[in-house]
Design a protein around this ligand. Structure first.
Ligand code: G3I
Length: 384
């Protein structure tokens, strides 16, 4: 069925005699009728406590004889994903090819953030997000929406607006309705709220918290459910992958949401780690288990493993073993449905500009060659 849909769209695109694969893929999307959404994006349920799920889409544009991260994850019924940026996606054929071959899920790294989608009040812009969603549709990939409520990348009209509580509530509601509503039925999972807690697990003193109070989280989830009843709704945060005070605080937060009947389906664990500091696999497993007991799915949402200084074989081996350990823990947990990296090639990664002297955090090098980390991920996925 997926093949048939792809063929019809490809014939349409062929009329336009495009040769560049990326343009071809985008044209396929524009030719495809709305009913050609990947099956999983149409079948995800809104029921918060049903079996964790969503079925990864059928592999597109790959040779089934050659295993990839995508084909192996697909065989296990899991998502393996990467954060993406529209510039290389549209400008570097190897970026687009590698992404479509190796992953069945994408997260727009920046394109769906508040300041990007509503830079001026009530004036929305979706060009970058549309390009990523179109690419995902053309390649049978699921999309993680990131993120509806965060305290970073907020436009100046919002942060400098001195809005009252009622005004800010109206702004947030309209934003969620517009952004989640635009992609209704096309987003497998939304990071509804990102990083609401500080490093010590207390409420982060953001514009949302200060002006609205903690109930902004409950309301955001309810409004997201209204806007896109099919999307699975996630709370997403960092430094809470293993056990500890932040992880406990996230657990208590989502437990409270569940108890109050707030429509949350899962927790996103970032997993931005270092080769010399990463969570204990047994602690991550325990964390996944206690979240499962609340009826919640988990997605590893932003994994990378940064290396300091010169990249050596030893450091690459250490990096590979961290990737492998974390993927194994995820695969061993029935509720851990997606394993998403924050990028996939060292050519495009947020790490070097944020952490001076650190880099090489992803499983493909700057020339898109697989690193030991890639082989380690393949091994974890190949284990029955
Ligand atoms: O697009 C502009 C470009 O036009 C300009 O020339 C350039 C100059 O600095 O900046 C570019 O924008 C940057 C953007 O990334 C795209 O590269 C922003 O300055 C920069 O602040 C932005 O950083 C992003 C950061 O979130 C803040 O939004 C990172 O790419 C992105 O990886 C990072 O992602 C976050 C997750 O959303 C949440 N969890 C943590 C994670 C890492 O910080």
């Amino acid at each position: 069925m997926a093949t048939l849909r792809f063929s019809a769209a490809a014939r349409c695109a062929a009329k336009h005699r495009l040769l560049a694969p990326v343009l071809l893929l985008l044209l396929i999307t524009s030719c495809a009728p709305p009913s050609t959404l990947p099956t999983d994006l149409r079948s995800t349920s809104s029921a918060p406590s049903r079996q964790p799920g969503g079925t990864p889409p059928a592999t597109a544009l790959t040779d089934p004889a050659v295993p990839t991260l995508r084909s192996l994850a697909q065989a296990k019924g899991r998502y393996v994903g990467a954060a993406v940026d529209p510039r290389p996606l549209l400008g570097e054929p190897l970026y687009a090819e590698t992404l479509a071959r190796e992953f069945n899920m994408v997260t727009p790294e920046n394109a769906l953030k508040f300041g990007r989608t509503q830079p001026s009040r009530d004036r929305y812009t979706f060009r970058d997000a549309d390009a990523i969603v179109a690419f995902a549709r053309a390649n049978g990939m699921a999309v993680r929406g990131h993120t509806l409520v965060w305290h970073v990348v907020l436009p100046r009209w919002l942060t400098g607006g001195a809005f009252t509580r009622e005004e800010l509530l109206a702004i947030l509601r309209a934003h969620i309705a517009t952004v989640a509503g635009r992609y209704r039925g096309q987003i497998a999972a939304w990071d509804v709220v990102n990083e609401a807690l500080g490093n010590d697990g207390s409420w982060r003193d953001t514009i949302w918290y200060k002006t609205i109070g903690p109930e902004y989280v409950d309301l955001a989830f309810r409004w997201a459910r209204e806007a896109d009843p099919q999307a699975r709704l996630f709370y997403n945060d960092y430094d809470c992958e293993g056990l500890g005070s932040k992880s406990d605080a996230v657990y208590e937060l989502v437990k409270g949401l569940r108890q109050r009947g707030v429509p949350i389906d899962g927790v996103g664990l970032h997993m931005h780690v270092r080769i010399d500091a990463s969570p204990e696999p047994a602690e991550v497993a325990a964390n996944l288990q206690r979240l499962a007991a609340l009826g919640l799915e988990v997605h590893i949402t932003e994994m990378d493993v940064r290396i300091d200084g010169a990249v050596t074989e030893g450091k690459l081996a250490r990096q590979a073993s961290i990737y492998k350990d974390m993927l194994r823990v995820c695969l061993a947990a029935e509720n851990c449905r997606a394993f998403v990296l924050w990028g996939f090639t060292d050519r495009h990664s947020w790490i070097p500009s944020y952490f001076r002297g650190w880099g090489a955090a992803l499983p493909f090098d700057e020339a898109y060659r697989p690193k030991p980390a890639y082989r380690a991920l393949m091994e974890a996925l190949s284990t029955p």
